[in-house]
Design a protein around this ligand. Structure first.
Ligand SMILES: [Zn+2]
Length: 154
């Protein structure tokens, strides 16, 4: 079982249920976060594989962080569940923070969520759609991969 997603500022979400040997990988930008695509993947893990949210491990890979995410604030400020993720002082949005809070609400343990905190826009190690737009960098993408090695824990 393995998956691959492309992204450039959107957050790759790695999901792993070690008890049932299930992995998932989700591309979640702002639209995906509003539509709660990460939760859709969790629901699928529960319904199809019997996963328990308390046992699912989550990794949030490099994506745009609140230091650089300064778009769509007016729209998001109208959505009540985003209020804790909008920094009105710095006029910025904490997209990975929103995703993390969303997972905690459905029973994923905070200690099971590893947020890389790496900003694709600040770091030259990753492609960034924001940097591409603002600094006229060449087009590109980041890639995330998750693979479940069969019988890894036997
Ligand atoms: Zn940044």
């Amino acid at each position: 079982m393995g998956f691959i997603v492309k992204h450039a500022d959107c957050v790759p979400i790695f999901l792993f249920d070690p008890k049932h040997d299930v992995v998932g990988l989700v591309h979640s930008g702002l639209r995906g976060a509003i539509q709660k695509v990460g939760l859709m993947a969790i629901m699928k893990m529960i319904s199809e594989f019997g996963s328990d949210p308390k046992e699912i491990l989550v990794g949030l890979g490099p994506g745009i962080q609140k230091c650089c995410y300064k778009k769509h604030i007016e729209i998001l400020s109208q959505l009540p569940d985003w209020s804790n993720c909008i920094d009105t002082e710095n006029n910025s949005i904490d997209l990975p923070g929103y995703i993390e809070a969303m997972f905690c609400e459905v029973g994923i343990l905070k200690r099971h969520i590893e947020n890389s905190g790496v900003c694709t826009s600040c770091s030259q190690n990753f492609h960034s759609w924001t940097r591409q737009r603002d600094q006229n960098e060449p087009k590109g993408n980041g890639v995330s991969i998750i693979v479940l090695k069969q019988n890894m824990y036997d």
